[in-house]
Design a protein around this ligand. Structure first.
Ligand SMILES: Nc1nc2c(ncn2[C@@H]2O[C@H](COP(=O)(O)OP(=O)(O)OP(=O)(O)O)[C@@H](O)[C@H]2O)c(=O)[nH]1
Ligand SMILES: [Mg+2]
Length: 240
């Protein structure tokens, strides 16, 4: 019972993460997790073999669904294992799992439903941690647009380091969301639409060779997908 009788699942949506996932797993504070779940999105490297060498739950997709499709399986599996709280850690080791206890404490002690680790809260931190300049400026721009449309004051819309209380998945329907990276923004829109608060904590940024597969060319459909989702929300053309 890691924390005050709440069951905690750490989920890792994985795609070609063989080189980093063991280091990432080792950095997870184990006494804060009842179960660690890795969903492999039909990787072409040996992510699954690496994952099976660890004492974790491994789920495999037969075909690549994408980052959002991967998360859908992660949350379903976490709920199947009885999780009250779920923390997503990217197995590319981009995010530092040592922030997990702080996120869980906010959820359990303060009753917060969603906690995001933000790379943009510490001035200069994101660039110092190696975030590419174009990502940094696009991040700021899309975050400003997102805050304007949603009436939020988030410091970034794009972090993949997130903790959720699993009861929110009874209120919001994530199955309707995109299977791509836009999933992460659509969850934010759903939280706002359902008046569920989001807290942010500052986290360190770290970019290295294996930590990022999204290049400029995949960044464009991601950015457009975000704008499209915000448009659908604002105009009421789609209910979130
Ligand atoms: N690219 C990709 N990643 C996936 C997929 N399924 C799960 N993932 C995982 O999603 C995580 C995030 O993907 P990244 O390509 O690292 O995204 P990123 O470039 O770090 O994004 P930034 O933080 O904005 O730089 C990785 O840990 C992947 O293992 C998939 O189908 N495609
Ligand atoms: Mg990454």
């Amino acid at each position: 019972m890691p924390y005050k009788d709440k069951r905690i699942a750490v989920i890792m949506p994985a795609y070609n993460a063989a080189k980093t996932l063991v280091a990432c797993y080792e950095a997870i504070p184990k006494d804060w997790a009842d179960v660690v779940i890795l969903v492999d999105d039909a990787s072409s490297d040996n992510t699954v073999d690496e994952a099976r060498s660890l004492p974790i739950v491994v789920v495999r997709h037969d075909q690549n669904l994408g980052y959002g499709g991967n998360q859908k399986t992660c949350y379903k599996t976490a709920i199947k294992y009885g999780a009250d709280v779920v923390v997503m850690v990217h197995p590319d080791h981009q995010y530092d799992p040592s922030f997990i206890p702080e996120m869980i404490r906010l959820i359990v002690d303060e009753g917060v439903a969603a906690v995001f680790g933000s790379r943009m809260m510490t001035p200069g931190g994101a660039l110092a941690g190696g975030m590419p300049k174009w990502k940094y400026f696009v991040n700021i721009l899309l975050t400003k647009i997102g805050n304007f449309v949603l009436g939020t004051r988030l410091t970034e819309l794009h972090s993949g380091f997130r903790a959720y209380r699993t009861d929110i998945f009874r209120e919001i329907d994530i199955e309707r969301n995109s299977d791509s990276f836009v999933f992460d923004t659509q969850i934010i829109i759903q939280l706002v639409a359902h008046k569920i608060g989001i807290w942010e904590i500052p986290i360190t940024t770290r970019y290295f060779k294996e930590s990022s597969q999204v290049g400029f060319s995949q960044g464009i459909p991601y950015g457009l997908g975000i704008l499209w989702s915000l448009f659908l929300y604002k105009t009421g053309l789609r209910k979130f």
